[in-house]
Design a protein around this ligand. Sequence first.
Ligand code: URA
Ligand code: CA
Length: 433
Amino acid sequence: MRMVDLIEKKQHGLALTKDEIYYMVNGFTDGTVPDYQMSAMAMAIYFKDMSDVERSYLTMAMVESGDQIDLSAINGVKVDKHSTGGVGDTTTLVLASMVASLGVPVAKMSGRGLGHTGGTLDKLEAIPGFKIEIGMDDFIKLVNENQIAVVGQTGNLTPADKKIYALRDVTSTVQSLPLIASSIMSKKIASGADAIVLDVKVGDGAFMKTPEAAEELAHAMVRIGKQVDRQVMAVISDMNQPLGVAVGNTLEVIEAIETLKGEGPEDLMELCLTLGSQMVVLAGKAQTIEEARQMLQENIDNGKALAKFQQFVQNQGGNPEVVNDYSLMPQASIQQMVNAPKSGVVTGFDCENIGIAAMWLGAGRATKDSEIDLGVGLKILKKIGDTVEAGEPLVEVYSSKEDINNVEKLLLESIHIGEEAVINPLIHKIITE
Ligand code: URA
Ligand code: CA
C-alpha cells in the first residue's frame, strides 16, 4: 500500500477502506507516513469528507493507536458525559454527583482548561487536599464502592489523535467535520465508556458557532457511536452567554455546590437535569426521561446529591467541609464591580471574550504551561434579556491585583446593551440518530 495512492483516492472523493485507514493512522503514528503526506490527506478529507463508515474506522484506528482504559471491573453501565467546551461550564461537578446519587457509576477522566474554556481538574483543585492523581485500581474501587471518581488522564490515550490534531492545527484542517467528530469520539471510547452523552455547545463561546454546524457535528458523533456499538446521544446547548453566573475555579465550585443544594442558577440546573436524565436512562436506571428527571430532582431536594458530592470529595482526599464553608477554598483578594455604561436590555455577549477576560485575571491558561490563580474570576450579574440601569453592576470581578483596566475594557466591549433581546433557548435540540 502506498500513502500517495490513498491521498489520490480521497482527492477524487472515493471512500477509503478499513485497511487503508488503519495503514494511514498506524503509519503516521509510528512515523513511517511523513507529515507532508498526512497533511495532504487531511486537506483532501477537508474538501471531500468521509462517510459514516470511514469516520468510524478512523475513530477506532485512533482508539487502537494507544492505551484503552478497561472499566469492565466496574459494575453497571458506565455512562460518560463530554462537553465540547464552553465558558463557565460547571456542569460536570453537579451532574456527576447527581447521577451517581442514583447509583449510576461515574468513572470520569477529566482535563485541564486551555484558552477561554475551563477544565474540571482545575476546578477540583480549588478544594483543599483534593487529589486528581489516583491509581487505576483505586479509581475502579472508588467507583464500585461509591459510584463516583474523577481522575486526570492517565496512560497514553489516542496518540494518533494527538499527532493528527497537532498537524491539523498548522495546516488549517481543524475545522473538518469528520476529523473533529472522530477526534472527540476516539478520546471518549478510549476512556472506556459504554454509553456517552455529548453536550455540544453552540454559540459565540463555543467551538461550533452556528446551530447548523453544531447539529451536524452532533449527528456525526451519534452515528459514529452506532457504528462502533456505543450508545451515544447529544444535547445541543446554548453558549451565547456564560453558563450560570460564575466563571473561575473557586467561584465555579461554589456555584456547583449551590446548585447541588437546589439554590444554583436556573440555566445550570436545567442543563444538568437534561443531561443527567439522558445519562440515567442510558444507564438503565429509569424507563423514561421524565421519570429520570423526577428522580434527579428528588435527590437534589432530599440532599442525597449533595451528600454524594461530599463523599466524593472526601474519598479523594479533599476537605468535605467546603460545602458548608466556602472560605476554605482559595479566595481573590480584591472584588470590584464593572458597571453598565448605559441603560437598556442586555442583548448579547461576545462570549469567548468573557472567557478570555477570566483568563487574563489568571483563572485560565493562555498556554499549556501557564499557572492559574484558583481564586480569581467573574460573576456575570446580568444575562441576556435582563434590564439594566446606567451605573448598575454588570459583572463582579474577583482579582488578585488592583488594576483591572484591560479586563474591564474587554468586558464592556463584550457585553451588548440595546433595546430588545432575542433569547435563545438553553436546549436547542436533542439528537439521537
Ligand atoms: N476537539 C477535539 O477534541 N478534537 C477536535 O478535532 C476538535 C475539537
Ligand atoms: Ca458557571
